[in-house]
Design a protein around this ligand. Structure first.
Ligand SMILES: Nc1nc2c(ncn2[C@@H]2O[C@H](COP(=O)(O)OP(=O)(O)OP(=O)(O)O)[C@@H](O)[C@H]2O)c(=O)[nH]1
Ligand SMILES: [Mg+2]
Ligand SMILES: [Zn+2]
Length: 296
């Protein structure tokens, strides 16, 4: 047979065309084959696929290989680390958004790292103190300066993506880390005080043999409710790791840590050991996921 079946990694998807890197590091552009189109799979940057390489060099994706995880926003698969970028201001941080993303990464076996950007326009202390208290790794930087960038660069390993609201500086930071990428950077709209969705597609860039980084489009609110990226059970068991040491000390074994008296988690919130915003967002996520289950 002259047609050749191979496996590769999808680096980007744009207008129905897929850029696929083969096992020798060579990238080619191809289409989804009829089987994939019929089955209606959405193939994402980061996916491993099996494809047919024809003698005329055309490519048709035949099947999607097993995923470790996959996300809707950002649309990427097989992530190891998600860098959640937050600006101190312009746009102001949305803590519910941050805590939702953290919970989703924890539910899907992705290592989350928080990057606080734009420390030149406002102090990073509040954001850093909330997340450091919870045990997260937090880097504070100014995306258009070199300070602190090397430390951040050392934490990039495996398949990584930068995510966060439009305008927080994801593309700026990636350009500072890897100047050869020459990513397009946008402005902040003075009227709505946020970014203008400059980055439109998710693309994985190869840094070295096993390291890839993805720039992703910014988002307003992440939709995880409709896509099963986080279940109530995962919220309770995997997310909010700072609650864990207290959960066994609640008076009632089936304590939900929402409002009960004699809840050790809530006591820790009152003592300011667990940040209040984290507990508020836990309740909000709990409510959203519970009402979803009711209508199932
Ligand atoms: N003052 C300041 N401005 C920054 C910093 N980092 C980025 N910016 C500016 O913020 C604006 C948005 O930056 P981008 O890198 O395009 O933001 P993005 O997160 O990639 O946005 P989308 O692609 O729309 O999702 C640009 O005007 C940058 O110059 C920073 O550390 N300090
Ligand atoms: Mg961008
Ligand atoms: Zn409790």
């Amino acid at each position: 047979m002259s047609d050749n079946m191979q496996n590769g990694r999808v680096l980007k998807q744009q207008n129905g065309l897929y850029t696929i890197e083969d096992e020798n590091g060579i990238s080619r552009v191809g289409n989804a084959g009829s089987k994939i189109r019929k089955e209606g799979y959405k193939i994402l940057a980061g996916d491993f696929v099996e494809y047919i390489l024809n003698t005329d060099n055309s490519i048709f994706i035949n099947s999607l290989l097993e995923r470790k995880n996959s996300f809707i926003r950002p649309p990427v698969a097989n992530l190891d680390t998600l860098f959640i970028v937050v600006a101190t201001d312009e746009p102001a941080p949305d803590f519910y958004n941050i805590d939702s993303m953290l919970s989703i990464t924890e539910a899907n076996n992705v290592n989350p790292i928080i990057v606080v950007n734009k420390i030149d326009i406002k102090s990073q202390n509040e954001i850093c103190s909330i997340y450091e208290k919870c045990g997260y790794k937090v880097y504070s930087i100014c995306g258009n300066k070199e300070d602190g960038i090397d430390e951040l660069k050392n934490s990039i390993e495996g398949v990584c993506a930068f995510a966060g609201q439009s305008g927080v500086g994801k593309s700026t930071i990636m350009n500072q880390l890897f100047p050869e990428l020459l990513l397009e950077v946008g402005e902040i709209s003075q009227r709505i005080q946020r970014g203008k969705n400059t980055t439109r597609i998710t693309e994985l860039f190869k840094i070295n043999k096993d390291t890839y980084v993805a720039d992703t489009p910014g988002f307003g609110m992440i939709d995880f409710i409709n896509f099963d990226l986080l279940t109530l059970e995962q919220l309770n068991e995997k997310a909010f790791p700072e609650f864990t040491p207290y959960k066994n000390n609640c008076k009632f074994r089936n304590c939900t840590h929402l409002k009960e008296e004699s809840c050790a988690v809530i006591s820790a919130v009152r003592e300011n050991i667990i940040p209040a915003s984290r507990h508020e967002n836990f309740i909000r996520l709990h409510d959203e996921l519970s009402s979803k289950n009711q209508y199932k």
